[in-house]
Design a protein around this ligand. Structure first.
Ligand code: ZN
Ligand code: ZN
Length: 274
């Protein structure tokens, strides 16, 4: 209190605590800009990503492998015979995976790659909740084949989680479980062997790095349960496969993999992301 009349306003005065507090409030609701393209955000939202970037995410088309959800590229699929014809990719025709089904929200490219990085390295829980809504929609499109009893995130190795402070798969799994009204079992599965330090892994190295790298925690209950296994990206399917094997060994009835993004397979190349 310095005897100034409030009517004089703030102009010309040194910026006091009130102005600073005001800026802080504004910056909470209107951060500097879209965290992907830096366009100015015009709408208050808890997720600092603009409408244009969200709209650029490319949802997977309907024509996917019935089992693993892969895009069916020409020359990489075949119809499986039987009472009713099924569209499956070559890998699933060979029964490659231990999971029953896998589905994803969108193609792993462009702005979605950046969004996944924000989730992975910046602990962006509201973005995880946004992705969870998309995955809940994916589940609701095929309720009969994607029905489950519990939701489990793909775990990080404990060293990695300690380093990062959180598990990005859990940022999606937790709100997804809530939406689907299913129990969320964050500590049911554990990664017993860390990912190799090498940044870029070949196709073979990816499968090798996760083989036997997961286990259920002693005393955890999965017997006869259908598990919805959640991760951020599906690249080769090796991680979901290794988790599914651990869960099936512990007695799980079935495992359905659900990821935000799906890398489009190029069988001639390795994969660069972690
Ligand atoms: Zn943007
Ligand atoms: Zn497939």
């Amino acid at each position: 209190m310095r005897g100034e009349k409030p009517a004089e306003g703030l102009r010309g005065r040194p910026r006091g605590w009130l102005a600073e507090a005001g800026d802080a409030v504004v910056s909470v609701f209107f951060p500097a800009g879209c965290r992907i393209c830096e366009r100015l955000l015009t709408r208050a939202s808890r997720v600092p990503i603009c409408e244009e970037c969200f709209a650029s995410f490319k949802a997977l088309p309907r024509r996917i492998c019935e089992v693993c959800g892969a895009l069916l590229l020409a020359g990489f699929w075949g119809a499986q015979g039987g009472a009713e014809e099924r569209l499956v990719c070559r890998l699933c025709a060979d029964k490659t995976y231990a999971f029953e089904r896998a589905r994803s929200y969108a193609v792993y490219e462009g702005e979605l790659v950046r969004a996944i990085l924000l989730l992975k390295f910046e602990d962006m829980a509201p973005l995880g909740a946004w992705f969870a809504e998309r995955l809940a929609e994916v589940v609701r499109r095929e309720p009969e084949v994607l029905e489950a009893d519990i939701v489990v995130p793909v775990p990080l190795h404990r060293e990695r989680e300690k380093e990062r402070g959180y598990n990005q798969a859990d940022l999606i799994a937790r709100p997804l479980a809530k939406r689907l009204k299913l129990p969320h079992k964050a500590v049911l599965l554990m990664r017993t062997r860390p990912r190799p330090d090498k940044q870029v892994l070949s196709l073979e190295e990816r499968w090798e790095s996760v083989r036997g790298a997961f286990a259920t925690r002693p005393g955890s209950q999965v017997d006869k349960l259908r598990v919805l296994l959640v991760d951020d990206v599906l690249t080769t399917g090796a991680t979901l496969d290794a988790c599914a094997r651990a869960l099936r060994t512990a007695g799980a009835k079935s495992v359905i993999g659900l990821t935000v993004a799906r890398a489009i397979r190029n069988p001639m190349q390795g994969f660069g992301e972690s």
